[in-house]
Each structure stands twice: as structure tokens, then as C-alpha cells.
Design a protein around this ligand. Sequence first.
Ligand SMILES: [Zn+2]
Length: 220
Amino acid sequence: MRLVLLGAPGAGKGTLASSLKNKFGLTHISTGDILREEIKNNTPLGQEAKKYIESGGLVPDDVVTKLIEHKFLNDKQTELGYMLDGFPRTKQQAEDLDKILVNIKLPIEQAIYMEATLPVIIVRLIGRRVCRDCGELFHIKNKPSIKEGVCDICEGELYQRSDDNEETIKTRLDVYVKNVTPIISFYEAQNKLIKLNADNDSAKLQENLIRILNEDKKLD
Ligand SMILES: [Zn+2]
């Protein structure tokens, strides 16, 4: 399976990604993780990305595209299946990504769009806690850490993102939907789009996805 995961913050992408990883051994390719890794290893690309982050800006498209290409070339596990998370963010990135992946003979098979409504997203995001060190996500109700405020995986400190509040969540959702619409059309035109109702809980969502993939006979 070679997938792109699309969904607003709070749609449940992280949870679906972990279960797909466990179930099918897919490599989870998240731009956030790649950035952290390259910066930690102090690679030339990491140093370049760090400059943008430290000056408070966004890492430009071409740098992110290079980081992703670098990941695919260096991680042979991606040949066994992958899911991209947090990328592409624009139609241009989707086109660039297609070129890279066709070139290395690992083209995307399906783009999964997880669609959730605002009230559901608000509840999920307000309870969310993130590990400062490894980026693992927790939820005070749905997925609490064993020890409050401490990551189960790396014992890093858990924090609430400052933009996980009701006022900014609506704006973020509006911006997300506006940005993702051309990307959805892009994959729809290639007959690769799967739409999921992400108001459902994660077990139901996963069940629906597996049923659709089975019907498409895309599962081995
Ligand atoms: Zn952690």
C-alpha cells in the first residue's frame, strides 16, 4: 500500500497512521518527523530547514520536497509500503511528489481524505497533548499517557499546542479546507481518492477504510 493521508488537524490522521503502521508495516512519512530528524542529525538539508524555522518562517516547498526525496532514497523500508502525512500541502507539491515517486517506481496508489466536522474536531483538539521530544500524540480522554504530562514512549514532556484552542481551530479548519480542495481534485482526477467520514471514532474509521481497500482489491 502506498498512501497519502489527508485530513484537517483533529480528523484523526495520527491515530489512523499508527494503526496502519502496526497492521500493514507501512512506513509513516511525516514532514514534521523528517524535519526533526534531519535537524537532529545536522545534515545539510536539516541546517537549511533550521534557518527558516529559527527565523520564524515556513520551510519552502522545494526544501520540503528535497527532504522527502531524501527520506525515500535512504529508507528502503518505504519500498514495502508507505503513507505520507502532512504532505503534499499544495497542488504544486502534489505534482512534484508524483514526479519523484514515479521516478523511483513507488507511485501513490490511493489518497485518503478524512473529513470531520467542526464540533468533533474541537473536542479532539482541545484535549490533545503532544510530546516535545518525539512528537507522539496523546489525548486527555481518548488516549491518556500512563503518567500525566509524560510521554509513554520517550518520557519527554507533553504539552498543549497554543493553537489548540476553540478560536483558532475554526480558522485553521477553514484554511485547511481551502488549501486541500485543489489537492483532493488532483487525486480525484487520477481516480485515487477515498473519502472517509472522520466524525466516526478511529476503530470505525479504520474498519471502513479496510473495507473500501478490500473492495478495490488493493489489499494483498
Ligand atoms: Zn515522546
